[in-house]
Ligand binder design. Structure first.
Ligand code: PBG
Length: 336
């Protein structure tokens, strides 16, 4: 029995060769940025319980890990320091200590792996005793401009230590312009700014906060960053933040988290000519692993679908904890 349908869309899905030719978006190793954690004074990498396969690295194990990353063809890492609570203060002074682990790591990586692009986060949460991304005023609120002044200095020292891109993740007003000016004044005109432009006050950051130890005092309390991070309900406000960062001189705009915010990525893609990064955050990684551990989801298929969806939405590059395993898999696949 045959109807004479004029259009039979299934013809375009009829074999793997046809499907390959039809495929609109693809994922490749060169789209990926690997977030890595580094901690001072440890001998062995420390596993992070809620993030299977991810470690807090010592300086030496970080170098080893990054050699592997570079060999796999991953173009960049995003570096996050894990700071000893003894060094954390309300005013985050330790952030600018020239001996702190982030600067040490940047210097060594730049020297030993000059071809690997280094992205340094610009925010104070690793260094504050209260866990906020900025310092507080007398009323206990995050003080925007006092924080921006510190971020200017942090970004400058990061760039001087070897960061190719600095990535402000704090969501303070005016910080992109302020950091651009500070970098240019220090003759760091080649350093790019990857702006966390649309960063939402998300529950998906939980495992990351455990990894860097920036949780609220009581572990059941999730630190409230709603006075600076975006309300998950707001699309226009997110796009406005992106517009401002573009005007202030950002080189690349970021949306974070990625999976639950694909509409923002797509709408931003339609509005800006700048490159777009998306951060598939710790909780997005964790939920796929947790379901896979229970046998409820297929790890590899879900992982690849989640990343492909982020590309399809319009992201040019993705920060993802899956970067290494994806690169290992893609590199293993024969071309013919
Ligand atoms: C803080 C920062 C966070 C992440 C990156 N930088 C957490 C937060 O805002 O509380 C989250 C990344 C992740 O969850 O993987 N400056």
């Amino acid at each position: 029995m045959n109807f004479n349908w004029l259009r039979r869309p299934r013809r375009n899905r009829s074999s793997s060769q046809v499907r390959d030719l039809i495929q609109e978006t693809s994922l490749s190793t060169c789209d990926l940025i690997y977030p890595v954690f580094v901690k001072a004074d440890i001998d062995q990498p420390e596993p992070i319980p809620s993030m299977p396969g991810i470690f807090r690295h010592s300086l030496d194990s970080l170098i080893q890990e990054c050699k592997e990353i570079a060999t796999l063809g991953i173009p960049a890492i995003a570096l996050f320091p894990v700071i000893d609570p003894a060094h954390k203060t309300a005013e985050a002074e330790y952030a600018l200590n020239p001996d702190q682990i982030l600067f040490q790591a940047l210097k060594r990586l730049k020297k030993e792996l000059p071809e690997l692009l280094l992205i340094a986060d610009v925010a104070l949460d690793p260094y504050t005793s209260h866990g906020h991304d900025g310092i507080l005023n007398a009323k206990g609120e995050v003080d925007n401009d006092a924080t921006v002044a510190l971020l200017q200095r942090l970004a400058t020292v990061e760039a001087q230590a070897g960061a190719d891109w600095v990535a402000p993740s704090d969501m303070m007003d005016g910080r992109i312009e302020a950091i651009r000016i500070a970098l240019d004044n220090a003759n760091l005109t080649e350093t790019s700014i990857l702006a966390y432009s649309a960063k939402f006050a998300s529950a998906y950051y939980g495992p990351f906060r455990e990894a860097v130890g920036s949780r609220a005092k009581s572990s059941s309390d999730y630190l409230d960053k709603k006075s600076y991070q975006l309300n998950p309900a707001n699309r226009r406000e997110a796009l406005l933040e992106c517009q401002l960062d573009e005007k202030e001189g950002a080189d690349i705009l970021m949306v974070k988290p990625a999976g639950p915010y694909l509409d923002i990525i797509r709408e931003l893609r339609n509005q800006t000519l700048l490159p777009i990064a998306a951060y598939q955050v710790s909780g997005e990684y964790t939920q796929i692993h947790a379901a896979a551990q229970n046998g409820w989801l297929d790890l590899e298929k879900t992982r690849e679908e989640s990343l492909l969806a982020i590309k399809r939405a319009g992201a040019d590059m993705i920060l993802t904890y899956f970067a290494k395993e994806i690169a290992q898999k893609l590199n293993r696949q024969p071309l013919i």
